[in-house]
Design a protein around this ligand. Sequence first.
Ligand code: PBG
Length: 372
Amino acid sequence: MTAPATCRAADGSVYARRPPRAGRLPATHRYRFVTHTAQFGLKAPYPGSRPRRARRHDFARRMVAEHTLSADQLIQPYFVIDGDGTEPVASMPGVSRLGIERLVDSAGRAHALGVPAVVLFPVTRDDVKTDDCSGAWAADGLAQRAIRALKEAHPALGVITDVALDPYSPHGHDGLMDGSGYIVNDETVDALVRQALSHAEAGADIVAPSDMMDGRIGAIREALEAGDHRDVMIMSYAAKYASSFYGPFKKAVGAAAAFGKSDKKSYQMDPANGAEALHEVAADLQEGADMVMVKPGLPYLDIVRRVREAFDVPTFAYHVSGEYAMAKAASSNGWIDERATVLETMMAFRRAGCDGVLTYYATDVARWLKEG
Ligand code: PBG
């Protein structure tokens, strides 16, 4: 069978079998050409093509690498506690809850290694947890004090805050609960707006709503504009799934016991759904999100790729606590090489289309990259 002299693209345009040089085509065409090459076998058959030629030497591998990874793409999450101590998190070896002073020190080290931003999760005392979750917007609350301390010590380090009510509710849900145990949407949105505003007032650079209530991005954006915080960004947890991979986090913030056998399926997304994630992202962008996130990370790279292709906006993924715990468990048993597998994991996020990754490994990865 002879190869056809021309081939037809999906949009009906016809290419000669040897298309013009890729470098002279606009990016979109170039992409289509690459697809063609794979689809129609336009590359010389073996031995004209030997893909291994470009894999033999390090210099060549570097020349043809399609993606890069740097500290710029790493965001370090922190668990913050009252007092000046540190408490190791049993479910996440290598991670500790930090008092504000320790947080400031650790964030300074991350920043010095090139990590652009950190994200804060307060671990609140039981007496701060009330049914109305008003601790969430206390001007001198733990989160608000941590934000101020970080911005004072490291003004150039980006501070991202988690907007959700779970650290402030006795039941550990992200929103307000009605008499039947249902998490109510619109009342929760009002509370989230107050929380986001208090973070902005304390100096947060980016507020990151992780609660999955409908309409919260628009409400928060409107309040930030009205409240003279127009440059505060919103990183929306746009596609956040009801995932079992958050288990170690719930233990880290002390929510596991209160939460019991409950779940967040009435507001977080069903892992069975993909198209719905695109609708969530579209809604959040239209409501004023500056950047969007997919969470968890590795099991949802297909969603990252779809979001990247559909919207091409700043796209992040959260390599969550369960993913971290799995990597730690396997590597501490000597079953996998921690550094190699984590670096490969981070590159996988990049290849899928992430601009950045929230990961408990951020500072480690930044150090590994520096060590080379
Ligand atoms: C709660 C919140 C969770 C995480 C970040 N914010 C837990 C949840 O939704 O149950 C999970 C992060 C992780 O597992 O690393 N608003």
